[in-house]
Design a binder for this molecule. Structure first.
Ligand code: 5AD
Ligand code: SF4
Length: 536
């Protein structure tokens, strides 16, 4: 690294930040919260990392490939810092937590390391780093590090209300810049961390123990977002349906006791399925869904991810059935169709129990769409195990599946105890076979919509087909509007989370429109606006 010289003058004005996010929706939300904190402190954001004073990567450790992308970015910034050593490079999120200070030893260009459980400290640490940089020009610099260290910073489920991470969620300012459906779609965290310890998974190690947020905080946040214009809210948790909150326990935030509304659904809770039965006074996931739906009517679509198959009782299905604005979409990762592998993965359910859940979902919500996750090539997976997974995919009728090749992750039980003994060639072949089955099923699921009219929440202008001014060919085409309009290809989603593309004006982004489906493929539906949106 070159010393700072007069070619690298101290930065003037508001520092600029480049923030790139890898991985899951939880990371997207974390990035939004960090961004909104930094913005309120006067930082500017830029899309050009080379022009930024602070470069932040919010990282994912779930599979090795996600990590490799970050390593290559870190390398690029290292080269860039030879010319601009004053640039601050921060690695935040799961990789920071997993690799710890080893990362700084290997990559001394990293100035900040912040785990997902410590993101509330990000503004302070970035500020420290920028100031140190200015005051110790040319001198040795120490990285700023905030890591949870291990899984146990917060073991009690009630601690969320008292810690400053909760304040990070509470202090969010919803921004149209968040770029989710023109600022009309938002994520709301209900649970942090995970206690399941599936043997292949780093999440319990990087995000720590499960902590449930107080229901009143969640309902208030949803209300605030709806008041600011959000029409769609997606509740986030690693195992959302395991949400539970004991209202009897006393909770304080900044020393003030927080009264919480108890269960609204006592009679039917947890019956008819393997759902945990909570004691009276505990707010379950079904209770929470019902409260948000009933108390925040401004939300047109209420979604939630990700569900854990073992904790999914009929109480939740009944709440969805009774409440039209809760989406008919469930993401239910099964991981394998083999009981032997499910056991080795420590998933805590059998294939029969999972199939029973699918039957219950279809009985309660016949119009629901389902998605799943599969890991192929988990240690010891035989051809027979693989065929069992293939059969489950055929029978499950999922609208799509996320199929991953097993990636051994240091620190997990599978990494320590099980040899990664399925060859890369077998993993690849099994992956392709499962993909081919799913593609056929997806094609059929999508084809069933042709001819129907569905409500679509418009998310964005399609990145591929930016067909500006269809009217170029025929300026008299008005598509039902009084004046010729710029027509672009837009994308959105149905209630069941199917992707729909159609032509329409950009101002429809963030609105719900009826679309008549004309054709379909395994991944998308194509349609036309069914009526004038002003009358929709
Ligand atoms: N290897 C491959 N896939 C994994 N997943 C989690 N950990 C691993 C791993 N070590 C997948 C699971 C999970 C999804 C988010 O990522 O299918 O549901
Ligand atoms: Fe990982 Fe399992 Fe927790 Fe999902 S439920 S985050 S796969 S440990």
């Amino acid at each position: 690294m070159t010393a700072v010289n007069d070619d690298n003058p101290p930065r003037a004005g508001r520092p600029s930040v480049y923030l790139e996010t890898f991985g899951c929706q939880m990371n997207v939300l974390d990035s939004q919260l960090v961004r909104s904190q930094l913005q309120s402190l006067g930082y500017r954001f830029t899309d050009d990392w080379k022009a930024a004073d602070v470069v932040l990567y919010n990282t994912c450790s779930v599979r090795e490939r996600a990590e490799q992308k970050v390593w290559s970015r870190v390398g690029e910034v290292g080269v860039h810092k030879q010319q601009r050593p004053e640039v601050v490079l921060g690695v935040i999120g799961c990789m920071a937590e997993r690799d710890g200070t080893d990362m700084i030893r290997k990559h001394p260009q990293i100035d900040l390391l912040i785990g997902p459980g410590e993101l509330d400290k990000a503004p302070q640490l970035i500020d420290n780093r920028l100031k140190t940089d200015l005051s110790s020009r040319g001198g040795a610099r120490h990285a700023e590090v905030a890591l949870q260290g291990n899984t146990h910073r917060r073991s009690a489920t009630l601690a969320a209300a008292e810690d400053s991470l909760e304040l990070l969620d509470l202090s969010r300012s919803f921004s149209p810049d968040d770029d989710m459906a023109g600022g009309r779609s938002a994520y709301v965290r209900i649970t942090r961390g995970c206690n399941k310890f599936c043997t292949y998974c780093v999440v319990p190690h990087t995000r720590g123990a499960e902590v449930h947020r107080p229901p009143d905080h969640i309902v208030d946040e949803c209300r605030k977002l709806a008041d600011q214009g959000a029409c769609e809210i997606t509740l986030l948790g690693q195992t959302v349906n395991h949400y539970h909150y004991d209202t009897a326990a006393s909770v304080t935030v900044n020393g003030v006791a927080q009264p919480q509304v108890g269960s609204v659904l006592s009679p039917n809770r947890g019956t008819g399925g393997p759902s945990p039965v909570f004691k009276p006074g505990v707010v379950s996931f079904a209770d929470l869904l019902a409260r948000i739906h009933d108390e925040v009517p401004g939300i047109q679509r209420l979604r939630f991810v990700t569900s854990f198959p073992r904790d999914f009782g009929n109480d939740i299905l009944q709440v969805i059935k009774d409440r039209p604005r809760i989406c008919r979409y469930l993401h239910l990762p099964v991981q394998s169709g083999s009981n032997r592998l499910l056991k080795l993965m420590n998933r805590g359910y059998t294939v029969e129990q999972y199939r029973d859940l699918l039957d219950r979902v279809r009985a309660y919500l016949p119009d629901a769409e389902l998605a799943t996750d599969i890991i192929c090539g988990f240690p010891t997976e035989t051809e027979e195990d693989h065929q069992a997974t293939a059969q489950l995919l055929r029978d499950g009728r999922f609208k799509n599946s996320f199929i991953f090749k097993y990636s051994p992750r240091p620190g997990t039980a599978a990494y320590d105890r099980l040899a990664d003994d399925v060859s890369e060639a077998d993993k690849k072949r099994r992956n392709n076979e499962l993909l081919a089955i799913q593609t056929e099923v997806s094609r059929e699921v999508h084809a069933a919509y042709v001819g129907k009219t569905v409500d679509v929440f418009v998310e964005s202008i399609s990145s591929k087909a930016r067909k500006t001014a269809l009217n170029e060919a025929d300026p008299s085409v008005t598509l039902g509007w009084e004046r010729p309009v710029e027509v672009t290809q837009l994308t959105g989603r149905t209630d069941g989370d199917l992707i729909v593309c159609f032509d329409g004006p950009p101002e429809l982004v963030g609105r719900m429109v009826p679309i008549r489906i004309q054709s379909s493929g395994p991944l998308i539906l194509l349609g036309d606006l069914a009526e004038h949106p002003a009358t929709a």
